[in-house]
Design a protein around this ligand. Structure first.
Ligand code: AMP
Length: 544
């Protein structure tokens, strides 16, 4: 017997309708690509999203068309997403930090038909345009006065494009499983692969993400998503915030510590989200200026492992609660979040901090298990580590155009490529990417754990650990360190600091000091580049 409840399709543009109707005067404040801070609200954004939809519809774009965006977090970018979704088009976020060849590959693979871009990227767009024949319309997200002087076909200013389009345009009708968004993985191995979100998965994910013990998005919040919309859906905040009618503060092109601080302060932001490197920059800036964070209540940190020192500084010095989260593009992206469970509430702070440093526990809607190399499930004892597999309604079941089939098994589990432990309370700890794990004497060493401890040394700004070939042990860890400006420390200082904090046999064989550690387009340490540079490093014990 079937239930007798309404069949109300979970469509993304219903979110902006809800926000426009019930939270119409709640603001979206953006630092525009042109420079000034501009203010709008959900009512206006809802209207303009419909104008985008109408403008696209009358220009001949339709259900299933991939419409690319290469843009910062701004209200215009949000309008564009909802407008595209409202005709059944697919917003395809292009990450401008990718190499030119990768961008060209991705846009061609997606067969994008139009590109909406911020003027910041005008020159980049001009370079890639001749190599992407499928794109027949270029929309610069600005007004006519700022239209860049570049040579691309059918270039129009966004404000002109939507100027006389209808703000009561009727959304198109289609099934909730219809594709809605496309985002390519960073592709550290092989070509980037496309993750194709549906309306249903985005709506469900926003509900999951907004939940009290996840991001806890409330109407009274003022949220600053530093995490870009071109990286994994801005962690669902462009959906979860309007769902609740939370005020949004969009940082546009300026993501340095000082600029973020300015917005946190002037807009009285209560919640913000970004990768650890952004927070390193902000905390260094606060240290210099002596500024405090009186309005900020919570900060969400993920994308790569968050060092203990960042969590501790936010919480102890600035009284800002940190939620450490883990996820990936394939998971829409949130997989686990580190809110403290009731049974931990009475623990001393240092022990609570141990839990906060883990990557968190899964919300309802994410199933998770760890398996060994033979796909046998491993115990949830906080010790055994194996490949992390996940399942759920906002997790990919395949990649766009059927690539990467090996990541999906017959029971519907997706292999994340991460190696992790899960403790009896469900807190998961990432110990490595499967390909970065260091195999020493048949045992595994977690590069991430050593890195996290090393950055706690007062002189260390950033640290990376890679495995280097060793004749006796197969591989041994090499620690690569960037010192803070003006700080000094030698190999013995750093190793002395690690001593007692990690197992003896995990102790790096060597410490090398560099000016900079390379990062990927999504802000992760680029271990492949480090392995290329230091992979042949001769360790002091290699001759034993
Ligand atoms: P992306 O799809 O670019 O977001 O990358 C996803 C990958 O980032 C994951 O598979 C992890 O390897 C890594 N990652 C994300 N969040 C964390 C975290 N909190 N700690 C450690 N690694 C993380």
């Amino acid at each position: 017997m079937l239930g007798l409840m309404q069949d109300w399709p979970l469509l993304v543009h219903k979110i902006i309708d809800h926000a426009a109707l019930y939270h119409g005067d709640r603001e979206i404040v953006s630092r525009s690509a042109e420079g000034p801070i501009v203010r709008t609200n959900y009512r206006e954004t809802g209207r303009r999203a419909r104008r985008v939809a109408h403008a696209l519809d009358r220009a001949g774009f339709a259900l299933g068309d991939r419409i690319a965006t290469m843009a910062w977090n701004t209200a215009r970018h949000i309008e564009t997403w909802y407008g595209i979704a409202g005709i059944g088009g697919i917003y395809h976020t292009l990450n401008p930090r990718l190499f030119l060849d990768q961008l060209v590959y991705i846009a061609n693979h997606a067969e994008d038909k139009a590109l909406f871009f911020d003027t910041t990227f005008a020159k980049l767009v001009e370079q890639i345009a001749p190599k992407i024949p499928s794109i027949r319309l270029y929309v610069a997200l600005t007004n006519r006065g700022h239209l860049p002087d570049i040579d691309v076909p059918n270039l129009v200013a966004y404000e002109d494009f939507i100027a006389d389009a209808r703000d009561d345009f009727a959304w198109k009708e289609f099934d909730e499983h219809t594709a809605c968004g496309l985002c390519y993985t960073s592709g550290t191995t092989g070509n980037p692969k496309g993750v194709l979100y549906s309306h249903r998965s985005n709506v469900l994910h926003a509900l999951i993400a907004g939940h009290a013990d996840a991001q806890g998005v409330r109407n009274i919040d003022t949220i600053l998503p530093v995490v870009p919309m071109f990286h994994a859906n801005a962690w669902a905040l462009a959906f979860a915030a309007p769902m609740a009618g939370a005020k949004l503060v969009m940082p546009g092109p300026k993501l340095d510590g000082a600029s973020i601080y300015e917005l946190l302060d002037t807009e009285q932001v209560t919640m913000t989200a970004a990768v650890p490197t952004v927070w390193l920059s902000l905390l260094q800036d606060l240290e210099k200026t002596g500024h405090t964070l009186p309005h900020l209540k919570r900060v969400l940190i993920g994308g790569s492992a968050c060092p203990r020192s960042i969590i501790e500084t936010f919480e102890k010095k600035y009284d800002v609660e940190v939620t450490h989260a883990w996820g990936m593009t394939e998971m829409s992206p949130l997989g686990t979040l580190g809110s403290l469970k009731a049974k931990l509430a009475g623990l001393p702070y240092e022990q609570q901090l141990d839990y906060k440093c883990k990557q968190g526990h899964p919300p309802f809607g994410v199933e998770m298990k760890i398996v060994d190399d033979d796909n046998r499930e491993l115990p949830r004892d906080g010790k055994a580590f194996g490949r992390l597999k996940v399942r759920g309604p906002s997790i990919a079941k395949a990649y766009f155009r059927g690539e990467g089939v090996d990541a999906f098994d017959d029971e519907g589990w997706f292999d994340t490529g991460d190696v992790a432990t899960v403790d009896p309370d469900g807190y998961m700890t990432i110990t490595d990417r499967a390909k970065d794990v260091i195999k020493s004497g048949g045992e595994w060493i977690s590069s991430i754990e050593i890195e996290n401890i090393a950055v706690g040394h007062p002189a260390v700004a950033e640290a990376a650990v890679i495995g280097v070939p060793h004749p006796k042990w197969d591989e041994r860890p090499l620690l690569i360190v960037v010192l803070k400006p003006g700080a000094s420390a030698g190999k013995e200082d750093i190793l002395g600091y690690l001593n007692g904090k990690i197992a003896k046999w995990w102790m790096p064989e060597e410490v090398v000091f560099v000016d900079e550690i390379p990062h990927t387009a999504t802000g992760k340490i680029q271990k492949t580049a480090l392995r290329e540079r230091f992979g042949k490093h001769r360790l002091p014990t290699a001759a034993e």
